[in-house]
Design a protein around this ligand. Structure first.
Ligand code: BDR
Ligand code: CA
Length: 311
């Protein structure tokens, strides 16, 4: 299955990339990066570092938009550390940055694709919205969008009402949610169920390879921040829900409904209004995922990370 992963690594984006790169079901045609958790200069570097770690220098990595469509960038160093992937040693990657702009890459790749491509955004939706804005015809070649973003029952994690990816660029989220292609959304309602507890981290560590060690380093850093915030054993591993869904959708439960984004209110900016009970006549646009078999999710992740080093 051809996919483009659009991300802002971020420890959980990084784990998602490592999960995807160990999964032969996915043909990763490119990794595009966007400003989000940390500035673009660092997200593109971190994505290239993950390619080094995975030994997947065959995958092009592009840098995209360095700020949201209409707003100044909000970053989240307090969650992810100054590098974005605190918890491991960060150095200059060997994998080069592809010269193409992420938006140009998306447009050209989708236009030329022989088979529809699945988009997997795990950061602010700026690159995807910019590509749709520049070339709406590319949507014909988008199989579906499997994204991490939004919240209903859990409330917000970066404001009382909003989840980080949507809050950073609500206008882009609005464009993507209205694009008309099938969308699967992993919001906080489901990602808060996949907690990287200490026993789960230790099972990953038992794989005893450099990639599993790096994942445990990053999850250890994440653990400290989120355990203090949520009072739970372990932080939610948000972004890997996207690739896990592609690998095994049976792990998840969702409902088709309308999801719309607040783009104006200062109080609730970036809020995702999920019409879970179909109380409006707004057309369904999203498969809203709200439940996951968390143990099976971690079994899948642990098994895939055990495949490193790749042959
Ligand atoms: C999302 O925001 C970022 O902090 C994570 O990488 C994830 O994509 C969770 O709200
Ligand atoms: Ca992310």
């Amino acid at each position: 299955m051809p996919v483009i992963i659009d991300c802002d690594p971020g420890q959980d984006d990084a784990v998602n990339l490592l999960l995807a790169m160990a999964s032969p079901e996915l043909d990763i045609v490119g990794i595009t990066t966007v400003a989000g958790n940390v500035p673009l200069e660092l997200t593109q570097r971190n994505a290239r570092l993950m390619c080094d770690l995975a030994g997947r220098r065959d995958i092009p990595v592009m840098a995209g938009c360095d700020q949201p469509l209409h707003r100044p960038l909000i970053t989240a160093e307090k969650v992810h550390g100054t590098t974005g992937i605190d918890g491991i040693e960060v150095r200059d990657p060997q994998h080069p940055l592809d010269e193409r702009h992420a938006v140009e890459f998306m447009v050209d790749t989708l236009r030329a694709a022989e088979q529809p491509v699945t988009l997997v955004p795990t950061g602010p939706l700026t690159n995807v919205a910019a590509a749709i804005g520049r070339a709406p015809d590319i949507l014909d070649n988008v199989e579906r969008i499997v994204m991490m973003g939004g919240a209903m029952r859990e409330g917000g994690n970066h404001s009382p009402s909003a989840e980080f990816n949507i809050l950073v660029d609500p206008e882009s989220a609005d464009i993507v949610l209205r694009c008309g292609r099938p969308i699967v959304a992993m919001g906080l309602d489901v990602t808060h169920q996949v907690l990287a507890s200490r026993p789960r981290i230790e099972r990953i560590r038992a794989n005893d390879n450099p990639v599993a060690d790096a994942v445990c380093g990053m999850l250890g850093f994440f653990h400290r921040f989120d355990s203090a915030k949520y009072g739970s054993d372990g932080s939610p591993l948000h972004d890997p829900c996207t690739v896990a869904w592609l690998l095994d959708p049976e792990l998840f439960t969702g409902k088709t409904c309308n999801v719309s984004v607040e783009t104006e209110s200062a109080l609730t900016l970036g809020h995702t209004a999920v019409d879970f009970w179909h109380v409006t006549d707004r057309p369904p646009n999203v498969e809203w995922i709200y439940e996951v078999d968390a143990d099976a999710f971690y079994e899948l992740l642990t098994e895939r990370l055990g495949r490193y080093p790749l042959q």
